[in-house]
Design a binder for this molecule. Sequence first.
Ligand code: PGA
Length: 252
Amino acid sequence: MTPGVRPLIAGNWKMNGTLREAAALAEGVRAGLEGVRGADLLICPPFVHLHVAAASMGWKAVAIGGQDCAAEPNGAHTGDVSAAMLSDAGCAFVILGHSERRADRGETDVLVKAKAGAAIEAGLIPVVCVGETEAQRDSGEAEAVVAAQIAGSLPEGFTEAKGVVAYEPVWAIGTGRTPTEGDIVAMHARMRAELVARFPGQGGTTRLLYGGSVKPSNAASILALANVDGALVGGASLKAADFLAIAAAVPA
Ligand code: PGA
């Protein structure tokens, strides 16, 4: 945790579920909110489920986010969704530069930075993901890789817009494996230092999330670490009870 920073527990639903299941999951999260006191909550459904999720939340109790947006504001970009469209559909946040998009869709730091700029322009809070591959960690490059992604992916105005950075080691996503607590603390300290150096005013209180196989059984210990200001949760966010248990594990 970072003193004075309210943690954020974000659920990344990825490409899962039907419209009916999305409505039920959102409703399940909303129904269990009394148990969550120490954190803000965010759910990020697929585009076509955003509206029903936002409606289930009464449009406010839990924030809604997209999983990507276009860098362009509008126009002839078949298949893309703009940041303003996300905002209009009830979103306050958007995940950008997830490793699945960097790997599967060839997204570069330059593109992620442009998308984050478009998100800020539309009044959305970008959640920019960074993280090393297993080979990069094994060769001792993890911190340098993440520092370069931070330098290349965050636009000007990122901290003023309350932008969030999520550290997600690629090898920990969906695998059940997590870095050691020492490795998480070291990486988050490095990320904090990079943010403070680039954004002296607000980099000290930018939320830094950890993501990668976060579940109810490991949430309390991860969320108590220095400079870990919440979690980005994939698989475990698809069960309302597990997502709520992770949020309830934020130290009071
Ligand atoms: P996971 O995914 O929790 O299933 O490991 C995290 C993510 O990709 O955001």
